[in-house]
Design a binder for this molecule. Structure first.
Ligand code: F0G
Length: 459
C-alpha cells in the first residue's frame, strides 16, 4: 500500500481545546508574543519540542507498575542497563535525569580552561556545558550542512579535513571529539556511518576519545538504512550497534529516542573516567543505580528502547516531516531541505524578506502560526542567538522556525491541518509585521522575553 499509516492504535486520548482566532489573539497578547509564555492547554498543536513529549505505549505504561523504587540495586536499573547495552554495548552506563545532566557530568570532568571540544554541531546545552567547564566548543559540520536549500543525504556530517586541521592545531588539548546524531541544531540532519567511522579513526589517531550525543540515534540509523549504500539490508538494530561500536562513550536524552517523558544517561568505556563520573553523579543526581530517576522511569526507558528501533515506526516517523516539507515546498514556502528526522525548519528570513532580522521574522512567523491556527513553534534565529554578551545585538546566521514533531502524538490529519495553516498564512504573509523586544533577561532570552508588534514596516 502507498499510504504509510500511523503504526499504532489510540487507547487513551488527550482532548485538544479548540480556541477561536479572536481568543488566540488575546492569549498571544497576554503572552507578549512569546509562545514559551503561553499555557499549553491554550495550544491546539504543540510543536515546541519533540523532547519529553512522546506518547508512551501500553507496554510502557504497564511496566511503570513494575518500577522498583529501592535506593540501591533495583531490578529496574538492571533492566534499563540491559536494554541500553543491547544497543550500545558500553562498559559503564550511568543514568541521569536528562541529557544535559550527562553532559554536565562529562564536561565537568574532561573540560577545563585551554581545552577545545569539536563536534559536527554542539546542541545549545552541550555548548553551554562545555563552555561552563572553561573549554571551547567548536562546530565543524560540512559546508553543505549550513546551506538550507542544499540537497545532500548526510548534511549532519563532520568536515573530516577541518577536523584533521583542528586536531593538529590543538594537539594535546582535545579531551574528546563529539558527533551529534541527528544534528539537531543543523536541522535534524543525519550523519553517515562512513563519517562516524572516519571521525572516530581521526579522533583515535590523535588520542582523543570519541563521544556520541545520541538523542536521535534511531532516526539517524534509519536514514543510514535508506540512504547509505551497503546498509539497505541491514536491520536498524545492527546499524545502531555498529554506530556505537566506533565510540568510546555517549550522552543521551531518553526524552527523544527512548520514548520516555524524562531521563538520560552517560555511557563510557574508560574505567577511571566512569568512576569519577559516578562520584559526580552521587553529588548532583543520585546513587548510580537510579541517577536522577525513579525506578519506573528506568522501566519506561528500557521498554521504549525496544520500540524505537521498530522500522515500521521509523518509516512513519521520517515520512511525517517529509510529507510536511513536500507540501510546504509546493506552497513555495522556503524550508530546510531535505526533511530532517524530528522537525521541519522553515526559513523565515527568506519567507518574510520585508521583515529585517532585527525585527525578528522568525518570531513574527511563530506568533502568526499561533494566532491563525493555534500552532506553537519555536524561533531559532536572531531572538535565540542575536544578543551578544555585551548586550548589543546582531542578526543570527539564519532566522528559522522549528516545528518539532512529538513522537506518536499527532496523526495525518494534524499534519494536513498544519499545512493548511501555512497556506492561509502564506496568502497574507506580506501583512505580517516585525516585533520589538520590550523586556529581556541577560541570557537565554528566547524563553522569557516579552515582545510588542510593530504596527508598520519601518524599512
Ligand atoms: N543534545 C541534543 C542534540 C538535544 O537535542 C538535546 C535536547 C540535548 C542534548 C539535551 O537533552 O533536554 O534531555 O537535557 N533538545 C531539546 C530540543 C530540548 O527541544 O531540541 P535534555
Amino acid at each position: 500500500m502507498k499510504t504509510i499509516i500511523e503504526p499504532f492504535r489510540i487507547k487513551a486520548v488527550e482532548p485538544i481545546r479548540l480556541t477561536s482566532r479572536r481568543e488566540r489573539n488575546d492569549l498571544l497578547e497576554v503572552a507578549h508574543y512569546n509562545p514559551f509564555l503561553l499555557r499549553s492547554d491554550d495550544v491546539i498543536i504543540d510543536l515546541l519540542t519533540d523532547s519529553g513529549t512522546s506518547a508512551m505505549s501500553s507496554a510502557q505504561w504497564s511496566v511503570l507498575m513494575r518500577g522498583d523504587e529501592s535506593y540501591a540495586g533495583s531490578p529496574s536499573f538492571r533492566r534499563f542497563q540491559e536494554a541500553v547495552s543491547k544497543l550500545m554495548p558500553f562498559k559503564h552506563i550511568i543514568p541521569t535525569h536528562q541529557g544535559r545532566a550527562a553532559e554536565s557530568i562529562l564536561f565537568s570532568l574532561v573540560g577545563s580552561e585551554g581545552k577545545a571540544i569539536p563536534s559536527n554541531t554542539h546542541f545549545d546545552t552541550t555548548r553551554s556545558n562545555v563552555e561552563a567547564s572553561g573549554a571551547e566548543a567548536h562546530d565543524l559540520v560540512i559546508d553543505e550542512g549550513k546551506d538550507p536549500s542544499c540537497l545532500h543525504p548526510f548534511k549532519g556530517n563532520m568536515d573530516i579535513e577541518k577536523l584533521r586541521r583542528f586536531l593538529e592545531d590543538h594537539k594535546g588539548r582535545v579531551p574528546c571529539v563529539m558527533t551529534t546524531i541527528t544534528n539537531n541544531a543543523g536541522g535534524g540532519q543525519p550523519v553517515s556511518m562512513e563519517n562516524i567511522r572516519a571521525t572516530a579513526e581521526l579522533a583515535h589517531a590523535f588520542d582523543s576519545p570519541f563521544i556520541i550525543d545520541a538523542c536521535r540515534f534511531a532516526e539517524n540509523a534509519y536514514f543510514i538504512k535508506l540512504r547509505e549504500p551497503g546498509y539497505e539490508n541491514t536491520s536498524v538494530e545492527d546499524i545502531v550497534r555498529e554506530i556505537f561500536s566506533y565510540a568510546d562513550g555517549m550522552t543521551m536524552s531518553a526524552k527523544k529516542d527512548a520514548f520516555a517523558n524524562i531521563g538520560g544517561w552517560l555511557a563510557l568505556n574508560d574505567d577511571s573516567l566512569a568512576e569519577r563520573a559516578r562520584t559526580r553523579l552521587i553529588q548532583i543526581e543520585g546513587f548510580p543505580t537510579y541517577g536522577g530517576l525513579a525506578g519506573r522511569d528506568l522501566e519506561a526507558i528500557a521498554q521504549g528502547l525496544t520500540e524505537i528501533v521498530d522500522e515500521h515506526y521509523l518509516a512513519y516517523r521520517l515520512r511525517t516531516c517529509e510529507y510536511i516539507v513536500e507540501r510546504l515546498t509546493e506552497l513555495g514556502i522556503p524550508v530546510v531541505l531535505p526533511a530532517g528526522g524530528h522537525a521541519v525548519f522553515v526559513d523565515a528570513r527568506a519567507w518574510l524578506p520585508h521583515i529585517p532580522p532585527l525585527q525578528y521574522p522568525g518570531q513574527s512567523a511563530v506568533a502568526a502560526l499561533y494566532e491563525i491556527g493555534g500552532i506553537r513553534a519555536c524561533e531559532i534565529g536572531t531572538v535565540m542567538f542575536g544578543r551578544k554578551t555585551d548586550g548589543t545585538e546582531e542578526a543570527a546566521a539564519m532566522d528559522l522556525v522549528r516545528l518539532a514533531m512529538p513522537r506518536r502524538v499527532y496523526t495525518q490529519s494534524h499534519a494536513d491541518y498544519i499545512v493548511e495553516v501555512f497556506a492561509e498564512l502564506n496568502d497574507m504573509k506580506d501583512e505580517l509585521v516585525g516585533l520589538e523586544i520590550v523586556e529581556e533577561p541577560q541570557s537565554l532570552r528566547h524563553f522569557t522575553s516579552k515582545f510588542r508588534r510593530l504596527s508598520f514596516h519601518s524599512n
